[in-house]
Design a protein. Structure first.
Length: 287
């Protein structure tokens, strides 16, 4: 494992708020130019505020080899709604999941030295299709190995991973939470109506038992639905929802990285984003 590595150009598909760049920085991997394919205007706004040199290319379907220089690293986390156990599991018939094939197309056209594709846990049959197209089997890493956040994800990559030397993670959920007296938390406190909703039964159990963080040291998986309020992203013992800064910390993102957009958009993109510390560990194995 080497630090202060320099590579050439990076292409990030479905770049979101550019967790890839944060991860490269954390891994001390220097790069030449960073090209990003993203269509969400809020995610682009956050990226350009923090990384103004990012070269935005627009929708992935319009990207062609001729418009790009040589690419050393191709990364992406194609939309997962069609694969996820939490979704409808429409797999490759879902238009969002078909975007995976755009990653395959550009990987084949650009022939980068390294590639990394991240996605959710899924049925073995879907996983096998991705493995066949990419030519490597996935490695499963859980974010809780790096931050106090339970978020299992699959990573298909030809970067020679070091899975034996993951530093022990000693941080707990309480360590990333804002102080109870912080005035920014006021609007995240649960109303009496919300508390009553969370106390109603679902499948024989109160809704508190679903989608909540119980302060057992690790946060439940952040989701893009957190902006909707209860039952998502709730800390039961605190009787409140997670603040965007807390979500940033749970994803390994710098405090207030996303503060140039509304709370709704912050929570959406943080739920969709990569856990930066996990991908940084992968990037550290680039030689």
């Amino acid at each position: 494992m080497n630090n202060n590595i320099k590579i050439g150009n990076v292409l990030s598909l479905f770049d979101g708020m550019s967790c890839g760049q944060i991860g490269l920085d954390k891994a001390d991997v220097k790069y030449n130019k960073y090209y990003a394919s993203e269509i969400n205007k809020y995610a682009i706004q956050v990226t350009q505020k923090n990384y103004p040199d990012t070269i935005q290319l627009g929708t992935v379907t319009d990207i062609v080899k001729e418009q790009l220089p040589e690419i050393d690293l191709l990364i992406g986390g194609s939309p997962c709604q069609g694969f996820s156990f939490a979704g409808d599991q429409l797999n490759f018939d879902d238009p969002r999941s078909k975007l995976f094939f755009e990653f395959v197309r550009l990987k084949n056209e650009l022939n980068p030295k390294y590639f990394l594709l991240e996605n959710v846990r899924m049925k073995q049959e879907y996983q096998d299709v991705i493995t066949e197209y990419l030519g490597v089997s996935p490695v499963e890493l859980n974010s809780r190995e790096f931050v106090p956040h339970n978020r299992p994800r699959l990573y298909w990559t030809n970067i020679p991973l070091d899975l034996l030397n993951i530093p022990a993670m000693t941080q707990k959920l309480e360590d990333v939470l804002l102080p109870d007296a912080d005035p920014r938390l006021e609007k995240f406190m649960l109303s009496e109506k919300a508390k009553a909703y969370m106390s109603r039964l679902r499948n024989g159990k109160p809704r508190w038992e679903f989608h909540t963080n119980k302060l057992q040291g690790v946060a439940a998986c952040l989701t893009a639905n957190m902006y909707k309020g209860v039952p998502y992203g709730v800390i039961k013992e605190k009787m409140r929802r997670l603040h965007p800064i807390e979500c940033e910390r749970l994803q390994g993102v710098p405090d207030d990285y996303t503060n140039s957009v509304s709370t709704t958009q912050r929570l959406k993109m943080l739920g969709n984003g990569w856990t930066v510390n996990a991908v940084a560990h992968i990037f550290k194995s680039i030689t």
